[in-house]
Design a protein around this ligand. Structure first.
Ligand code: BGC
Length: 422
């Protein structure tokens, strides 16, 4: 379904959230923020933004829409915009930013960007995401890495294993864990979580060039290739590594399973680290982090941004400007990302307080940029517009939840992409 049609279809859901700045002092900079940061770590990170905003005289109206990955929040956003009542600020990502900008409904942030020197502090890979036709229309908050394994060191030690560095090793370790009655992989069976695992497998088995051909360029040969068949073979193997109750589970509950010794590993972006930290766990001791098996230290990029929608009223417009300015402040970038599990969106923030996982993320990001192994996340809306990633994710989930053969999955993948492109 194209973007405009999706927008129209959302009309049925109008009026879910009440916006407005009731209760604000006259002229007080005010924002209503629509987001899906509702888990323990996410909420702590968001509170840092709220506190910074209110400490600078602003009034914050919170509009959370629960649901990891954000698809529920996007439905609410479409409904709000259709109803002529857009939130002042919205958590958005990747091509969705461009799509909203093309609709003419988002505010231009060039004034703030110029004053704050964003061109100098935002890395070019993020500038591409947050600019539309050369103008800033979004403020990047963070840099998340998707391709991580989070592990319980005690459970791995029970089978004498370390975090696996190849998929073959992953399978051996998983089999050993199962033989001891330990669930190898904590997983939440929701389409975006299936897709999160899938893209790390595409990267690990195919490498960065294959990832780009298949999941960014949507090259028909790559989608139908033997490599893609191997990817689905590995997905089938992984399906056997999750517990019986995986279906529908939220990602943070899966993280809790690793924390509480109910499963040995989770494949998830580094927002999972935010959960471990919020529970007082220490990296290297209570939990381990390592990249999912990849060739050449690749980095799958996910980055959150806030987009300001066009609104009326001086208080709201001033609120947007204040929020945009604060988000890229060096101190704020440090505080927020320490909670969120990500690394700062500007690369000149002192990293002294960040843990070993964050430092690894930054080091791998830099080497991935140098070696051309930095790729955008498909599962998290950075690589493709929603209708195209949706087509891929549907097939990945259908395969994961059935006995579909890898050959059939590859055939369906190519067909679904073809249809979505037309
Ligand atoms: C977002 C993260 C968020 C995660 C789970 C991702 O798509 O980029 O900020 O923590 O979903 O909700």
């Amino acid at each position: 379904m194209g973007f405009k049609r999706t927008l129209l279809a959302a009309g049925a859901a109008v009026g879910i959230l009440a916006g407005g700045a009731t209760g604000a002092l006259a002229g007080q900079p005010t924002v209503e923020v629509l987001h899906w940061w509702t888990s323990g770590g996410e909420a702590k990170a968001l509170k840092a933004l709220k506190d910074d905003f209110t400490a600078h005289g602003g009034k914050w109206i919170d509009s959370p829409v629960a649901g990891g990955g954000g698809s529920a929040a996007m439905t609410v956003l479409r409904a709000r915009v259709l109803a002529g009542d857009p939130p002042t600020a919205v958590q958005l990502k990747g091509p969705a930013i461009q799509e909203w900008a093309a609709q003419g409904v988002v505010a231009n942030l060039d004034d703030v960007a110029k004053k704050e020197g964003w061109d100098k502090v935002i890395p070019p890979m993020l500038q591409k995401i947050v600019k539309y036709k050369g103008d800033y229309v979004a403020v990047p908050v963070n840099i998340h890495r998707v391709n991580w394994i989070w592990a319980n060191p005690k459970l791995l030690a029970e089978v004498g294993a370390k975090i696996p560095t190849t998929w073959a090793e992953f399978n051996t370790v998983a089999d050993k864990l199962k033989a001891k009655g330990i669930t190898p992989l904590a997983h939440g069976g929701q389409p975006w979580q299936d897709a999160t695992i899938f893209e790390t497998v595409v990267m690990g088995i195919g490498g960065a060039d294959f990832y780009r051909k298949a999941l960014v360029e949507l090259d028909d040969n790559a989608l139908k290739s033997d490599t893609m068949i191997k990817v689905f073979d590995q997905m089938r193997k992984i399906r056997g590594d999750v517990d019986a109750d995986f279906s529908g589970r939220e990602w943070n509950l899966a993280t809790n399973m690793v924390m509480n010794g109910k499963a040995a590993m989770q494949i998830m972006g580094d927002w999972a680290k935010g959960e471990f930290l919020a529970a007082g766990k220490v990296p290297g001791k209570d939990f381990l982090c390592a990249p999912t098996p990849t060739k050449g230290g690749a980095f799958i990029l996910n980055s959150d941004s806030l987009v300001m929608f066009k609104v009326k009223g001086k208080d709201k417009i001033e609120g947007q400007k204040l929020l945009a300015k604060l988000i890229l402040g060096k101190k704020f970038q440090e505080t927020f990302n320490l909670y969120k599990g990500s690394i700062p969106a500007r690369l000149d923030v002192p990293m002294g307080k960040f843990d070993s996982c964050a430092l690894k993320s930054l080091a791998d990001l830099k080497s991935a940029m140098k070696n051309n192994t930095l790729v955008p996340s498909m599962a998290h809306g950075i690589a493709l517009p929603g209708n195209l990633s949706g087509a891929i994710i549907d097939v990945v989930t259908a395969h994961f939840n059935s006995n579909m053969s890898s050959k059939e999955a590859v055939k369906r993948l190519a067909e679904a992409v073809d249809l979505a492109k037309s």
